[in-house]
Design a protein around this ligand. Structure first.
Ligand code: HAM
Length: 452
């Protein structure tokens, strides 16, 4: 008898694994998701309550202090920033997004907005309107900086500018607004203030500074050795520990100010004293942009992990900029709080946000006709000012009721086919479980009575 060969005797050679053609095709076709650009970020819904709060406070203070909103483009001629922020600044030398457009012009994504305010002030003849012009904006800025926490390539600023006012009270008003911006957000902040005088004051001071640093050059970081030649004032705000140590004994600009600049600064400080706004006189605040004259200041978050990164805002006076850009001599000052950093500080300091309005009514539906009527009902209640919730995409009534329950919503209004036919709505009291049937036309009034 021929015995069937044992399966073990037969050496089966496994066929090579071949992907099913459909799967292979599918794998090929699966499109790759384009990557987020380095240094850019998405600000997701869970962060929006912080952003919304910042915007509310920014807008409220603008209204209270009489700043009018302006919208300025994010694309400007590169030259605008080279001539205002300054050729030898980090922003212009290393951080600007510059590109050529098809018409041959060299354009830049704005790294800041003060220069744009000035361009707009000149171009739109805003000098012929009542002075000072108090303007503000909220929007994204772009700097090709090394990305790290609190340092992004697209970030947001609120920016307030007072254009056409030379008096120290304008500086004080801008500082007060900034102080209120941070304190109304619930932040614990410190202000550092200095005066860098006029260009003449600065050039006398720079000569002294360069002279002083000459014998100490070896202890400086590579960057500061270059700065000593190109932009000596920047030696004062280098974050390298070695440079910071040397700087402690450096001559201070306040000793080189003209009488006029000194008096202006004294007046600003007197206003701040009168307002009870605390400040640190900080001789090392020089700011990284060339257009400043006289008052300069920054706010930092108290207890921030890294104070260098966490300057929450920068501001000051720029009395010569409009003239440098081709306008008539026009003194001005302003400030730009950085919103991304304000949000980081709010989280670090555990700021509690005002609670979002709680939904009062959940609109539920059953069946296609019910859903159609429910959407119309939702709209009627919305017009009447109720805070609402729904899950129209769900068919199951149980899921909808669970949803309302989880959110702690006191009333569910239910519309099914029957209610559509009878022109009624069921009101369900979620606490007691009681239900009543109400005429569709009377529902808004009925609900108003419940929330009296
Ligand atoms: P700024 O100091 O260059 O000044 O920037 C102001 C604020 O913007 C900083 O204090 C910071 O909060 C935020 N900021 C700057 N760079 C970044 C970044 N890479 N990532 C996140 N946040 C950043 C100005 O821009 C001047 N235009 C301010 C001004 C207005 N001066 C007079 N008027």
């Amino acid at each position: 008898m021929n015995m069937p060969k044992k399966a073990t005797q037969v050496k089966e050679t496994k066929p090579p694994k071949v992907k099913a053609p459909a799967a292979e095709d599918q794998a090929k076709k699966k499109p790759k998701t384009p990557q987020l650009v380095r240094g850019m970020r998405d600000i997701l819904p869970e962060d929006q309550p912080y952003w919304r709060r910042c915007y509310e406070v920014a807008q409220k203070l603008a209204d209270e202090f009489g700043f009018e909103r302006i919208e300025l483009p994010v694309v400007e001629p590169e030259e605008l920033f080279v001539r205002s922020v300054g050729k030898t600044t980090d922003i212009v030398e290393k951080e600007m997004y510059v590109f050529e457009d098809s018409e041959g012009g060299k354009l830049a994504l704005r790294p800041e907005a003060t220069a744009s305010f000035c361009r707009s002030y000149i171009a739109n003849g805003l000098m012929s309107r009542p002075q000072p012009q108090k303007l503000w904006l909220w929007g994204p800025m772009f700097r090709h900086d090394r990305p790290q926490a609190g340092r992004y390539r697209q970030f947001f600023q609120a920016d307030y500018e007072v254009i056409g006012d030379a008096s120290p009270v304008a500086d004080a008003q801008v500082i007060l607004l900034t102080y209120l911006f941070f304190t109304e957000l619930g932040l614990n902040v410190e202000m550092h203030i200095n005066s860098i005088g006029s260009p003449e004051d600065r050039s006398r001071y720079k000569m002294e500074l360069v002279q002083w640093y000459r014998t100490r050059k070896k202890g400086l970081c590579e960057n500061c050795q270059k700065r000593l030649v190109r932009n000596p004032l920047r030696l004062l705000d280098c974050k390298e520990p070695g440079c910071a140590e040397i700087r402690k004994d450096a001559p201070q600009i306040l000793d080189w100010l003209s009488t006029e600049a000194k008096e202006h600064f004294m007046h600003v400080l007197e206003y701040l004293d009168e307002l009870g706004i605390p400040y640190f006189l900080d001789p090392f605040i020089v700011r990284g942009l060339d257009y400043y004259t006289k008052t300069v200041f920054e706010f930092v978050a108290v207890g921030a992990q890294d104070k260098a990164q966490i300057a929450l805002c920068g501001g000051g006076r720029y009395d010569l900029l409009i003239e440098q850009l081709g306008g008539k001599p026009t003194p001005a000052c302003g400030v730009a709080p950085g919103i991304d950093r304000a949000v980081i500080a709010m989280k670090e300091q555990n700021v509690t946000l005002p609670p979002a309005p709680k939904p009062q009514i959940f609109v539920a539906q059953l069946g296609e006709q019910g859903r159609r009527r429910a959407l119309a009902l939702y709209n009627r209640l919305r017009e009447a000012g109720f805070v609402l919730a729904e899950s129209f995409a769900k068919d199951s009534l149980k899921t909808q009721l669970d949803n309302a329950n989880q959110k702690g919503i006191p009333y569910v209004l239910l519309v099914g086919q029957r209610e559509v036919m009878d022109n009624t709505v069921i009101i369900r009291d979620m606490e007691s479980g009681n239900q009543e049937i109400v005429d569709y036309q009377k529902i808004v009034n009925e609900m108003k009575k419940k929330f009296k």
